[in-house]
Write a protein that binds this ligand. Sequence first.
Ligand code: FMN
Length: 178
Amino acid sequence: MDILNLYYSQTGNTKKIAQRIEAAASSLGHTVTTLQASKDLDVDLLRYDFIFVGSGVYLWLPGKPMLDFLRGQRKKSSDAGHILHCSPRLPGKKCVVYCTYGGVHTGINEAIPAVKFTGQLFDHLGISVIDEWYFVGDFKPDEFVHMNTGGRLGDINGRPDERDLQEIEARVRAILIV
Ligand SMILES: Cc1cc2nc3c(=O)[nH]c(=O)nc-3n(C[C@H](O)[C@H](O)[C@H](O)COP(=O)(O)O)c2cc1C
């Protein structure tokens, strides 16, 4: 399959996941294009058979460059007539949406809006969102590291760690082997 591996990562956590997705998908013989989302990124989403899309969570939503990308693509797709009433499914086009998040206050609840928001562009286009993944990612900036302990998820220092990355590999294999 032709796979798009799209991500945004401000402090490196989501990048680690995206790199492991790329390695796992490539090792299965798929062609993987890995791109960092930004306002000006121009990519034809409908060209790919399968898309992984992920971002760190910032104030309950994906990071701003991912938000800008999604909004720009929505407008472009709408103007091009690719967003139709009832969003009919495009045969064979699938997507997994994921995030990394700290969850210090309300746990996974403060990450769910980011994943749901991101998924809507793809769902509108007719690309079926077949799974949603949530990975824990620690706070990197100095002024936030105190949040890595004592929150709803306990001690999240060092996440995503090697064990998380191995889980990702297993999930990628499970979802791509048909
Ligand atoms: C300014 C800031 C805001 C954040 N907001 C949230 C949030 O609303 N919900 C959450 O679960 N995690 C939040 N986090 C934690 C990040 O989502 C987490 O560290 C993530 O793994 C960062 O991903 P990245 O390194 O790929 O950018 C925030 C982190 C920072 C620095």
